[in-house]
Design a protein around this ligand. Structure first.
Ligand code: ADP
Ligand code: MG
Length: 230
């Protein structure tokens, strides 16, 4: 496992501002964000609803572009990449887990994990996908479609999909928000195991203070700004 205190930055944001929406509905969401997350760190991202947590996660994942500032993730300056390069970057470097699972309903569990690996040009995509699904306890569910799986099982597939490419960073946006407490804890354990075993940098958005405390550091957002002292 990497030692966060000596490793370089996995994520470095400087002077980031981001607005979304058009005309009178335009909202200034992220304000003057400077944030440094070391390789191998686990960071809990907390703050009130609407404070910009999901938007900030999407910036780190290369799914949302900023208006100003620089976004350095896993050695790539995301604000300099075109859409194709950004898509390739995401496929190789970023694992994402959403609250609502976001599996592709027309694909089996195995296909949901294997297809993104194939698109990223990974050899043995299917064998890798099987192994990842096995490691989240789903070897008996490979050929099931998402609608045939429980919420917890669907989120396990999503975790397997996120970890399969051995991404540099793993971001999770309230990954237990749709699950009961026991099931949610199992999902969190899988995310932390992936982080610990692979040295993956983890950014976890959560409402749960206890969960945030499991991370090495907590970053608090308020009205689109990082609260000082972090
Ligand atoms: P959080 O995840 O902390 O609840 P979000 O990042 O989802 O916060 O949203 C931050 C703010 O940005 C909210 O006020 C939300 O309404 C606003 N917002 C999010 N997406 C858009 C959008 N596409 N257009 C306009 N405003 C948006
Ligand atoms: Mg959110």
């Amino acid at each position: 496992m990497n030692d966060p205190s000596t490793a370089g930055p996995a994520i470095a944001l400087a002077g980031v501002n981001l607005s979304l929406g058009q005309g009178a509905a335009r909202v200034h969401i992220l304000k003057d964000i400077d944030l440094h997350i070391c390789t191998g760190e686990a960071v809990g991202l907390v703050g009130p609803s609407g404070s910009g947590k999901s938007t900030l996660l999407m910036v780190m994942a290369g799914l949302e572009r900023t208006d100003t500032g620089t976004v350095l993730v896993a050695g790539a300056m995301l604000n300099k990449l075109d859409e194709d390069a950004l898509a390739r970057f995401r496929g190789r470097n970023v694992g994402i887990v959403f609250q609502s699972f976001h599996l592709i309903p027309t694909m089996t569990a195995l296909e949901n994990v294997a297809v993104p690996l194939e698109l990223a040009g990974v050899a043995d995509a299917e064998a890798r996908a099987r192994a990842e699904l096995e490691s989240v306890g789903l070897s008996a569910r490979l050929d099931h479609y998402p609608a045939q799986l429980s919420g917890g099982e669907q989120q396990r597939v999503a975790v397997a999909r996120a970890l399969a490419p051995n991404p540099a960073i793993l971001v999770a946006d309230e990954p237990t928000g749709n699950l009961d407490e026991d099931t949610g804890r199992q999902i969190i354990d899988l995310l932390f195991a992936g982080h610990a075993q692979r040295g993956t940098t983890l950014v976890l958005v959560t409402h749960d203070a206890g969960l945030a405390a499991r991370c090495g550091r907590v970053v608090r957002l308020r009205s689109g700004r990082v609260e000082p002292g972090q």
